[in-house]
Design a protein around this ligand. Structure first.
Ligand code: ZN
Ligand code: ZN
Length: 569
């Protein structure tokens, strides 16, 4: 009999292809699954999975882990949920490839956020190949599936000013973008992520630059223009980009958000299914958490430019939560901040309207208009006013018995000492059920890596969904609601995600596959993270094996760093 490095015994195997569970033993040698057998196997180490499910390592289809990995290289939030692989470089932005000062500067700004000693931050890579070498030298806990952020490429070719504007690039700018993308695809990228949310890019440009992906058999992800009332246009646009570029596409975080978006995602599901029925390779993913982005309410009072410039840029200049709360208290500074908020919102509104018009004239895409700020974000967390949960600013003012919503918000922030977090939008629970059930729907955290809880409050808070995606699907949607079978949920987080992205040797429990394996208890797996405690890890996962190394044993991290940056080709 062969002696394996690791043998997993007594578990219910859910193979990731959607088959009903079956009993077998798994023999792992080196980084591979060598045998799956009903005969007893012998191993140097034996994992007893009695009463537990053994599945392929779970895959998170959409993360921003490339931003977090240099500081949090383990990815404990993911490992604790049984995740062995994450897609990175999402929503149009990635840490690679860097070809000039514009790119390096943007990345440096990101990295400096929350760093005690900015002088120690160095950007010493350029290509995706160099990025891979850096991560693998440092050691990473989970595998990465790297996508190239289109805006990262565009800004470097067109300059950060022009790169942010809604202009059709010159032919030589298109070609330059394609060249950078081709080089990254040659370095093993799986495709490109588009970030169309700010109405900054025409679909015609996307179709052109995606030719650099097509040659390599890659895919694209699209953070769509709208998740509100024009969701239908945004989905139609994504389908059109797939058809005209010939590159398979994924609609990211498809939810119809707050009020005017509710019900829209059900229509979006139909659009995607119709497109698939006529042979268009389009899929989607979604995060199970009910709120989107998590921002500190203080960020509203920092005017000028994009969110990144406002928050990261000003933190680079030494701005802190404490200094901002202090400024909010002061009568003179307050008047300035109030003016700043109104003016910057109006300027943004005007700019958005200009772009909407251009977008309609050229591409016949209806993008959403800016809504009044006081009805847009909602309170996701308030340290001292829990009763304001889910309220928009108009409702906050009402609850506080004040006429002026800006003054009410100021009061809340001061009471909270800066720990007032906003979710921009909320989704309807009934919509979520329909969306989550689609057979081609993958699951994402839309978050980054985190190994330990950062001190609170943060100007750029950690979103609890980073520790509550796969665990929430398996605990809440499978066990508590019975919305999906265990086998179907596992398939969507393993076989489907791996196969659609072109990964041939992961996502299944089968001989010859890489040994990414997760053992969990379906009766207890759950998420525990909250806004207050975003790093309260998920529980119920007992063993996680990454490339044949046991990284989680009896629920605890073993210190191993066996992750790799995967290659498409
Ligand atoms: Zn996004
Ligand atoms: Zn994202």
């Amino acid at each position: 009999m062969h002696m394996y490095d690791i043998v997993i015994k007594n578990g219910k195997i859910i193979d990731g292809a959607g088959n009903p569970w079956f009993g077998s033993e798994i023999g792992i040698r080196g980084d591979s699954i060598v045998e799956v057998s009903r005969m007893p196997l012998e191993g140097e180490r034996v994992v007893d999975a009695k009463g537990l499910v053994v599945s392929p390592g779970l895959i998170d289809s959409h993360t921003h882990s490339d931003y977090g990995v240099l500081r949090h290289n383990i990815g404990l939030n993911y490992l604790k949920q049984g995740v062995t692989t994450v897609v990175t470089g999402e929503c149009g932005g990635s840490m690679y490839p860097l070809v000039n000062e514009t790119g390096r500067r943007a990345v440096r700004r990101r990295l400096i956020t929350g760093t005690k000693d900015p002088s120690k931050v160095s950007v010493d890579w350029g290509s995706l190949g160099e990025w891979r070498a850096k991560l693998e030298r440092m050691g990473i806990g989970v595998n990465h599936i790297p996508l190239v952020g289109h805006k990262t490429v565009r800004d470097q070719v067109m300059g950060s000013e022009r790169g942010r504007d809604l202009v059709m690039p010159e032919p030589e700018e298109i070609e330059a973008q394609r060249e950078i993308i081709r080089a990254a695809m040659g370095d093993g990228a799986f495709g490109v992520s588009l970030g169309l949310s700010a109405n900054n890019i025409y679909p015609e440009e996307c179709i052109e630059v995606l030719q650099g992906v097509k040659e390599y058999g890659g895919v694209f992800h699209n953070h769509m223009r709208s998740l509100f009332y024009t969701l239908r246009d945004a989905v139609r646009e994504t389908i059109m980009i797939v058809e005209r570029s010939g590159v398979p596409g994924l609609c990211c975080h498809v939810y119809g958000r707050k009020y005017e978006g509710w019900g829209k995602s059900i229509e979006a599901m139909r659009q995607i299914q119709d497109a698939r029925d006529r042979g268009v390779d389009v899929v989607a993913d979604v995060y199970p958490w009910p709120f989107s982005a998590c921002a500190n309410a203080l960020a509203l009072f920092i005017g000028g430019g994009s969110y990144d410039e406002r928050v990261h840029g000003r933190m680079e200049e030494g701005l802190t939560v404490e200094s901002m709360v202090e400024a909010l208290r002061g009568a003179t500074a307050w008047e300035d901040m109030r003016k700043e908020l109104i003016e910057s919102w109006e300027a943004e509104n005007e700019e958005n309207e200009r772009r909407r018009k251009l977008l309609w004239e050229r591409s016949r895409i209806d993008a959403p208009s800016t809504r009044p700020i006081e009805t847009t974000p909602v309170i996701a967390y308030s340290k001292t006013h829990p009763e304001l949960y889910r309220m928009n600013f108009t409702e906050v003012a009402e609850a506080m018995g004040m006429d002026d919503w800006i003054a009410a918000l100021r009061q809340v922030i001061i009471d909270d000492g800066g720990m007032t977090y906003l979710g921009t939008t909320t989704t309807h629970p009934e919509d979520r059920k329909v969306v989550i059930s689609q057979p081609w729907m993958m699951f994402e955290s839309d978050s980054s890596m985190v190994d330990e809880s950062p001190p609170q409050p943060q100007l750029k808070p950690t979103h609890p969904r980073g520790s509550a995606c796969t665990a929430m699907i398996l605990g809440h949607y499978v066990r508590e609601l019975g919305l999906l079978t265990l086998e179907e949920a596992v398939r969507k987080m393993t076989g489907l995600t791996a196969r659609w992205h072109g990964i041939k040797d992961r996502g299944l429990i089968r001989e010859g596959m890489k040994a990414d394996v997760t053992v969990f208890d379906p009766a207890t797996i759950r998420h525990n993270a909250t806004y207050d405690d975003p790093c309260n890890w998920a529980t119920g996962v007992s063993t996680v094996i990454v490339n044949g190394e046991i990284e989680i044993e009896d629920g605890e991290y073993t210190g191993k760093l066996a992750g790799r940056v995967l290659r498409l080709n």
